[in-house]
Design a protein around this ligand. Structure first.
Ligand code: HEC
Length: 154
């Protein structure tokens, strides 16, 4: 025997729908002539939450970057830019959290830190930055002469 579907079973839902529509209509009618609230225009001096985040450092934001700087932007700036987590963590233990603004970095230290990893910074493998590329970055950050080997220019 196949059960017969009675239309009755659906009635409560139909009633609920009609009820909801009626309520919505009543609500709309009640508010029909209420003018829309004026847009809240706070005075310009009033602070509206936190200041905007600094723009991320990218290669395109510095079209004139030299080779070491360019590599730094490509391989390190996502963490060592103004808003990066490297900068955030270095702010806890360094007076100058931005690597690019540091004057105490030596190329050897930068290479060592990047290859071995340091604290919360993961090691940067050669597949990500070759020795020549890392040397160029390190000399850029150390503000000393860029390496002159032919490999470094690749
Ligand atoms: C995944 C994010 C990340 C990337 C990518 C990254 N770093 Fe770091 N770096 C960090 C963090 C986080 C620290 C802070 C480590 C700590 O103190 O725990 C740090 C610290 C350092 C330090 C140590 C500074 C000091 O005074 O001790 C050097 C140097 C450094 N990074 C160089 C680089 C270079 C060069 C690159 C690019 C080849 C690079 N980092 C890419 C996250 C990163």
């Amino acid at each position: 025997m196949t059960p017969v579907r009675t239309p009755r079973r659906r009635r409560p839902f139909a009633l609920a729908t009609v009820g909801a529509l009626a309520l919505a209509a009543a609500f709309a009618a009640a508010h029909a002539d209420t003018p829309a609230p004026a847009p809240a225009s706070a005075p310009a001096s009033e602070p509206k939450g936190p200041p905007p985040l600094p723009a991320p450092l990218t290669v395109s934001s510095r079209p004139d970057a030299g080779p070491g700087e360019r590599l730094f932007l490509e391989k390190c700036a996502m963490c060592h830019g103004p808003n990066g987590m490297g900068t955030g963590l270095l702010a806890r233990r360094s007076d100058e959290p931005l690597l690019e603004k540091r004057t105490d970095l030596t190329a050897d230290f930068v290479i060592q830190a990047a290859r071995m990893g340091i604290g919360n910074m993961p090691a940067i493998p050669r597949g990500e930055a070759s020795d020549a590329q890392l040397a160029a970055i390190a000399h850029y950050l150390a503000h000393d002469a860029a390496p002159t080997s032919r490999k470094a220019r690749r």
